[in-house]
Design a protein around this ligand. Structure first.
Ligand code: GDG
Length: 464
C-alpha cells in the first residue's frame, strides 16, 4: 500500500494529549497507522518569528510535521481569508463576508509556503489527502513544484450555490485550484451539484459521467462522501456515561422534567439565536410545557478573535437572559446556556438523557452532532431528533423531524411534536436513522475516499 500524506490546517500531534483529538483526528490517524505516512499542517501557534523548517514529531509509522505561523499570516490567512471570507461565503452569509485583497494574498502566501515545506518530504509513490477550505490552493501549489502524485481534497463545509460563489472576487482562481486535485469530495449532493453547476455554466467545463468532470484543462473526479462518526464507540460511551457523577446529578435534578439539547461550536452558521427564539415561541404556543421542559445549550467558544464570533456570543447571552427572565421560575429555567465545552464521554451521556436533540443550523456541511445524538440513544427508549433541512446530515437522516430553522413557528411545532411522540414512532424513526448512521460511519467514509484516490491512474486521469 502506498504511503499516505494528510494535510490539514490543524494537526492532532499525539503529544498534545487526547483532549483535542476528536473523531476525525482519530480516523485520520488510523489511516496513517495503516499505511504509514505524514500528517502535515499548522501547529496552532502564531509567533513573532516562525522557524523556517517544520517541527517533526516521530511516532512510527507516522511522522507529524507542523509549522508555526507568523502573527501576520495567522491574521490574514486564518482569521482573515479562511474565517472571514470563505467560511461565511460557503455558509451563505454574504452579509458577513469580508473581501479584502490583503487577506487573500496572505491565504495564498501561506498555502505556497506550506506546499514548499512539504515538497521535500514527499516520495514519488505517496498519496496526498488535503482537508478543508483553508487549503484549497494547496494542490495547485504542489503541482507548480512538480508534484505529480495523486492528490485528493475533502471539503468539510458546504459548497455554495453558483450565484453565491460568484460573489467571491477570486472564484475563478479557487475553482481552478480545486481542479488541480484528482479527487474532490463533498459532503452532499447539494454541494456537488453546486460545484458542477459553476464548472459547466461559468467555466464551460464538462460533466463526463461517472462523477468525472473536465475543466481548466484537467480531468478529475468530484463525488459525494458523507462524513460520519465512530458509531460503536459512541454507543458504548453513551451507555457507560450514565454512571458518571455529572450525569447522575443532572438526572436527579431533572426529576420528571424533560430536557432538549443543542451542542454546537459557538458559530453563527449553527442557528443558535434562531433556536432560542423558536424555543421561546414553543413556550408561548404550548404553555403546558412551561415549568416542565428546558433547553440545554452547550456552546464552547470558537474563533474568538474574529469579531462576528464575539458578537454572536453577546447576542446569545442577552437572548438567554431575556427568555429566562420572562419565563423562568424559582425552581425552573427554560434555557440552560453553557458557554463551555465538556469531555466527550459526558457529552454522549447528555445526548442520551435528553428527550429531544435540537440540531438547527442555518447551513452545515454535514453536522456530526446530529449523528452523535442518534448513536447515543437508548435503543429501547430513543429520543427524537429535530434537524434542519439545511444540514448535510438531513440528506441521510430523513427520518428525523426535518425543519426550516428560519421559521420559528415550524421549529416550535416540531419541538412540541417531538415531546409528544409515542414510543413506537420514536423507535421506528430511530432505527431508520441508525441504519444510515452505520452506512456512513467515519471508517467507511475514510475507506471509500482513500480507495477512490488510490484508484486514480498514475499521472492522473487525463494521462490515462
Ligand atoms: C465541520 C463542518 C462537518 C462540540 N462541543 C463539544 C464537542 N463538540 C464536538 C461535537 C462534534 C464536533 O465538535 C462538531 O462537529 P460538527 O459536524 O457538528 O460541526 P463543525 O465543528 O462545524 O465541523 C461540519 C464537520 O466539519 C465534519 O466534516 O460535519 O458541517 O462545519 O463532534 O461532538 N466535543 C467535546 N466537548 C464539547 O463541548 N468533547
Amino acid at each position: 500500500m502506498s504511503r499516505l500524506v494528510v494535510v490539514s490546517n490543524r494537526v492532532a500531534v499525539p503529544d498534545d494529549g487526547p483532549a483535542r483529538a476528536g473523531g476525525l483526528a482519530v480516523a485520520l490517524r488510523e489511516a496513517l497507522q495503516e499505511s504509514g505516512g505524514i500528517w502535515f499542517g499548522w501547529s496552532g501557534k502564531s509567533v513573532a518569528r516562525p522557524s523556517e523548517e517544520p517541527t517533526i514529531t516521530e511516532a512510527p509509522p507516522v511522522t507529524y510535521a507542523t509549522l508555526d505561523l507568523s502573527r501576520r499570516d495567522h491574521q490574514e490567512y486564518y482569521n482573515g481569508f479562511a474565517n472571514r471570507t470563505l467560511w461565511p461565503l460557503f455558509h451563505y452569509r454574504l452579509d458577513l463576508a469580508e473581501f479584502n485583497r490583503q487577506d487573500y494574498a496572505g491565504y495564498l502566501r501561506v498555502n505556497t509556503h506550506f506546499a514548499e515545506k512539504l515538497r521535500p518530504l514527499i516520495r514519488e509513490s505517496d498519496d496526498i489527502w488535503v482537508h478543508d477550505y483553508h487549503l484549497i490552493p494547496f494542490a495547485s501549489e504542489l503541482r507548480r513544484l512538480g508534484v505529480g502524485n495523486r492528490i485528493g481534497f475533502f471539503l468539510h463545509t458546504p459548497f455554495p450555490a453558483m450565484e453565491v460563489f460568484l460573489a467571491l472576487p477570486s472564484h475563478e482562481r479557487l475553482a481552478r485550484s480545486l481542479c488541480a486535485y484528482d479527487v474532490v469530495g463533498f459532503q452532499s449532493m447539494n454541494d456537488l451539484r453546486a460545484f458542477q453547476d459553476y464548472i459547466v455554466h461559468e467555466q464551460r467545463g464538462e460533466i463526463l459521467g461517472d462523477n468525472m468532470l473536465r475543466a481548466f484543462g484537467r480531468t478529475l473526479r468530484a463525488e459525494v462522501y458523507p462524513i460520519g462518526i465512530e458509531v460503536e464507540t459512541m454507543q458504548r460511551t453513551a451507555a457507560h456515561a450514565m454512571q458518571e457523577s455529572q450525569l447522575r446529578r443532572l438526572v436527579k435534578h431533572m426529576g420528571d422534567r424533560q430536557l432538549m439539547i443543542g451542542v454546537d461550536r459557538l458559530d453563527y452558521s449553527k442557528g443558535i439565536p434562531e433556536r432560542f427564539r423558536a424555543f421561546e415561541r414553543f413556550l408561548q404556543k404550548y404553555p403546558a410545557n412551561q415549568g416542565r421542559v428546558s433547553l440545554m445549550q452547550i456552546a464552547p467558544v470558537s474563533r474568538g478573535e474574529v469579531p462576528e464570533y464575539r458578537n454572536i456570543r453577546a447576542e446569545l447571552e442577552s437572548l438567554a437572559g431575556h427568555i429566562n427572565g420572562v419565563y423562568g421560575e424559582l425552581d425552573w429555567m427554560p434555557i440552560r446556556y453553557l458557554n463551555k465545552g465538556f469531555p466527550r464521554d459526558t457529552l454522549t451521556g447528555f445526548y442520551r438523557v435528553c428527550r429531544v436533540g435540537v440540531v438547527t443550523p442555518l447551513r452545515d456541511g454535514m453536522n456530526l452532532v446530529a449523528k452523535e445524538y442518534v448513536a447515543s440513544q437508548n435503543p429501547h427508549e430513543p429520543g427524537v431528533l429535530v434537524l434542519s433541512r439545511f444540514a448535510g446530515a438531513a440528506r441521510e437522516l430523513d427520518a428525523a423531524l426535518l425543519v426550516n430553522p428560519f421559521d420559528h413557528e415550524n421549529v416550535a411545532d416540531a419541538l412540541n411534536r417531538a415531546l409528544a411522540m409515542p414510543l413506537e414512532e420514536r423507535r421506528e424513526r430511530w432505527e431508520a436513522m441508525m441504519l444510515r448512521v452505520h452506512d456512513s460511519s467515519l471508517d467507511k467514509w475514510r475507506e471509500r475516499f482513500l480507495s477512490v484516490l488510490r484508484a486514480v491512474p498514475e499521472g492522473g486521469y487525463a494521462a490515462a
